[in-house]
Design a protein around this ligand. Sequence first.
Ligand code: SAH
Ligand code: SF4
Ligand code: F3S
Length: 466
Amino acid sequence: MIKTPSTQNTITPAESKAKQDSYWIKTFGCQMNKADSERMAGILQGMGYREANNELDADLVLYNTCTIRDNAEQKVYSYLGRQAKRKHSLPHLKLIVAGCLAQQEGEALLRRVPELDLVMGPQHANRLETLLNQVENGNQVLATEENHIFEDLTTARRESKICAWVNVIYGCNERCSYCVVPSVRGKEQSRSPEAIYKEVESLASLGYKEITLLGQNIDAYGRDLPGISPQGRRENTLTDLLHFIHEIKGIERIRFATSHPRYFTERLIDTCFKLPKLCEHFHIPFQSGDNNILKSMGRGYTIERYKRIVDRIRSLMPDASISADVIVAFPGETTEQFQKTLNIIKEIGFDLVNTAAYSPRPNTPASTWPNQLPEEIKIERLLELNSIVEATAKKRNARYLNKIEEILVENSNPKNEKQVMGRTRTNRLTFFSAISPKGLQYKPGDLINVQINTIRPFSLSGNPLE
Ligand code: SAH
Ligand code: SF4
Ligand code: F3S
């Protein structure tokens, strides 16, 4: 029986039974999903589940899924097939699909994989306990209805003890013609500044030093909250939020992602420059270097505007790290238009670019257009793009050599225990000796100046100076 659950918490024997049981969560997709997984792991631990040693040992397996491109979706199905088989010999195994694919497919997923106990969309992550209780009562449960996301009372089980993700806005109200996110993540829902403040304050009291504020379009933060200043300006913008949480003692670094060029303001850039805890690290997808393609993508900015944003950032923070996402072979993209994307990458010199070939997605306008490009062109353009991205990133990387960078120590280097690892303010992974020049042992949470002497494509090494 498929049951669409009510929003009320019911108390059942699930908790006591869960005591001996173990869970395994595998996360696909973006940081938003990673943050949701940490909250769901917190809920499971609160119910008495312990983490399994591996996927094939677990009594409860949860896949937190992504559907941004077809290959992301196919990956999930191959994992699911394995677990569905396992369930035939282990009937007590609980199988859950959460996240964006769950929302996209809903009941169809239950039909395709009847072994599933629970299919739950991203807006239901905080309700995992209630939903599991319903599974425990013998139901196959589907939770994909539109849901107001209540403030989270559970404690997330975070991967790191030093750096934490903090959701500030859920969902997305944009309508980029290629993108499945609005249909799977729902309408924008901003958390209140007070709730965010409280969460960050509690992270600080637990010893966290760095937070990354998350939203699919973080510049939209606060649009759905009340508040107009006496001067008639909207209050509760991302900029206001940054000022508000900046004062929290113990937090040393603040980042945010993802920025949308349409809404990225000068005021925000100036704030990042002025507030010392704000890191010089910006993720601003531009998607295409051609204005007509940008228009058919529904992005709402021109490449000239994008360049002005980058110029403004670099005029204040010349060494800032700037990364982006790009799509090639969007429907109708000509060779010249593709060339413009390559040119922008060379011209701007990004630190990192996430690249993808266009993938038609369900319920998106672009997927129905007749001017789709063939697979060969997609592959060809993606390969060419990737080689340019690599070459320009390498050039940009050279600026680190001999520079002194402030590193926040996160851990020891798993491949070399004589070293610790952490990140620069620009988010570059950096390794250095675990022992200071004076013979002291560095520990997670330390902020250390390191002189960089080795540059690799995705990491740096250097000598600690203090
Ligand atoms: N909110 C962010 C991006 C979220 S999705 C933004 O507005 O930029 C992450 C990235 O996946 C996108 O930036 C885009 O580059 C890529 N992407 C999204 N839909 C895609 C599709 N249908 N095909 C290929 N890449 C896609
Ligand atoms: Fe997708 Fe556009 Fe929203 Fe980003 S802003 S999540 S690309 S619809
Ligand atoms: Fe994927 Fe959903 Fe994130 S589709 S990229 S996990 S918002």
